[in-house]
Design a protein around this ligand. Structure first.
Ligand code: CUV
Length: 554
């Protein structure tokens, strides 16, 4: 029954338990729900109520006359707009936290990377001379926030792309004016009776995607680095084995690093540790999941319990006291899974609740107090444990390669560059760069595509960077220096010379913006052409499911 579901033995082990105990999971629901073939292909038009029109067989237009091309372009553009809205709304929250820090109204938060704050201020045209960190932070936050509501001109970060690319965007008139404006316009243009030329609709899909990649996501990454530190390599660990049998386990799942950061700090609070002891636990163990997990992993080495398809399954260990979530990629089925055990699902975002779950709302003005309350709630749950079964699989990994760190590795603090990498590509020792990103999807064998694609790429001398749930490779030994032996001879030689592994963990999904920065820097370094499209680079999301992944590597 379980055959073909995952290449990960820890996942199979808990799937067996879940099945025996009747706990529903995405894997089990996928057995009975087959995707609608019409919708999946984008051939169902739901944009007005003369339909819905299913464009199959001899039916090639909807009631209004919209063609298959138009319908598909509309569906694609709406998915891109939703993905862009999600990443960008996350970026907006980060900007608002930075403003609160600038105003001195966010206890527990501070500017951790002043150098990055000043660099970002430069990109955004915020003056830094003779100004305090707090003043700069406030203005950077406000300028970033203004990018969302801007109505005219173009996003300030577009100028971080190679000159030639910027000119192409301008010529096609797809340079985003403001992030929210492009999402709204995408929704408008795909409404019944508006834009009805497929190519023209798709131009807006590109614009809304650029608004994410060079807007919401990039701002989100930058502000996260300013507030929580720009990642440098740290040791981490992957898979269900990171749960602790004798401790209170809190799994942090979702996307925003804000509350997650405070929970990590507060898990060492002596009063809370004493309280945990009073309930029979030997400590408080914080582990990550999906993209929140990536944020914590790359900045603190907080262990990563798993990726998307493991997020409801982990409850079958019987060892999860609290599943703390904010938004995106949080399956509602998690609550049904939790009800089979003692686990509390705790929703924390004012934007996202789950029926039946405990809601403890985060507010960055009272962050510490809320983090403590969440940990206390988890501790209170510990005595309710029944049977515990933690699969004994744990894989070490080295994670946290920001673009800043990659540049630093190629020349030190004063001469950082992408020259060695470019030279290696030019002389053929490295054949290309690949970004392996995106989710899991139960319609395909869990982790299989991620891991095997990465293996093949490095074998063929392609340097790989991974983000999001593609960090699946971490569970299978792909993020250790030992993986060097599977790399082709050219890639191995270059990686050894620079001092980096052949597969670089770059963070969460919004950190795909780090990949854009690396590509821009490679292009502007010279020798490989003048544009990102001149580079031998590819972006892949082999197990994608989220609308966010639809636009991710634009
Ligand atoms: Ni934001 S979007 S399943 S958590 S990568 Fe993971 Fe990554 Fe896809 Fe979601």
């Amino acid at each position: 029954m379980l055959e073909g579901k995952s290449i990960d033995p820890a996942t199979l082990e808990l799937l067996e338990i879940a099945e025996a105990e009747g706990m529903p999971t995405a894997f089990s629901r996928c057995e009975t729900i087959k995707p609608c073939p019409i919708g999946r292909e984008g051939n169902c038009c739901k944009h007005c109520f003369m339909g819905h029109c299913r464009l199959v067989g001899k039916t090639t237009t909807g009631i209004c006359g919209a063609t298959l091309e138009t319908v598909q372009a509309r569906n694609f553009t709406r998915a891109a707009a939703a993905g862009s809205a999600s990443h960008s709304d996350h970026g907006r929250n980060m900007a608002m936290t930075l403003i609160a820090v600038g105003e001195g109204k966010a206890p527990g938060f501070q500017v951790k990377d002043e150098k990055k704050l000043r660099r970002v201020a430069g990109y955004l045209g915020v003056p830094t001379d003779k100004r305090t960190t707090q003043e700069i932070a406030l203005d950077v936050g406000k300028t970033a926030l203004a990018e969302f509501g801007k109505q005219e001109g173009e996003l300030l970060y577009l100028k971080r792309a190679p000159q030639k690319r910027q000119e192409i965007w301008r010529k096609l008139q797809i340079g985003p004016r403001g992030i929210d404006r492009e999402v709204t316009e995408a929704m408008h243009r795909t409404t019944m009776g508006v834009d009805q030329d497929a190519e023209h609709i798709l131009l807006q899909a590109m614009r809304v995607s650029l608004a994410d990649g060079w807007g919401g996501s990039m701002l989100s990454t930058d502000i996260s680095d300013i507030l929580f530190g720009t990642p440098t390599p740290v040791m981490g660990a992957f898979n269900f084995g990171v749960l602790q049998e004798d401790q209170v386990n809190l799994v942090i799942h979702g996307h925003e690093p804000t509350l997650a950061e405070l929970i990590v700090v507060m898990a060492n609070d002596p009063d809370l540790l004493k309280y945990a002891e009073s309930k029979g636990a030997k400590g408080i163990n914080i582990v990550g999941m999906c993209c929140s997990g990536n944020e914590l992993l790359m900045r603190h080495g907080v262990p990563m319990a798993g990726n998307f398809l493991q997020s409801d399954l982990i409850m079958a260990s019987g060892a999860v006291e609290a599943m703390v979530v904010d938004y995106q990629c949080v399956m509602q089925g998690m609550q049904a899974a939790a009800e089979h055990y003692h686990t509390k699902v705790i929703t924390t975002s004012p934007k996202a609740k789950i029926t039946g779950a405990t809601h403890i709302e985060f507010d960055d003005h009272r962050g510490i107090e809320i983090a403590k309350l969440i940990i206390r709630t988890a501790i209170d749950t510990f005595p309710n444990r029944k049977k515990v079964h933690i699969p004994n699989y744990i894989e070490p990994a080295i994670v946290g390669f920001s673009h800043e760190y990659i540049a630093y590795m190629q020349g030190g603090s004063y001469r950082e560059s992408f020259r060695p990498l470019n030279d290696a590509i030019m002389n053929g020792r490295i054949r290309g760069l690949a970004g392996v990103a995106g989710c899991n999807n139960p319609h395909t064998m869990h982790d299989n595509a991620h891991v095997n694609i990465i293996k093949e790429l490095i074998k063929n001398d392609v340097l790989v960077v991974t983000t999001g749930c593609a960090i699946a490779g971490g569970k299978h030994g792909m993020l250790t220096p030992e993986v060097m032996e599977f790399a082709g001879p050219g890639l191995r030689e270059v990686c050894q010379a620079i001092g980096i592994p052949p597969v670089l963990h770059m963070g969460s999904c919004v950190d795909n913006s780090r990949i854009l920065t690396v590509l821009s820097q490679c292009a502007t370094e010279g020798g490989l052409g003048e544009d990102i499209s001149d580079l031998p680079g590819v972006g892949i999301a082999p197990e994608w499911m989220s609308e966010k992944a639809k636009r991710s590597l634009e």
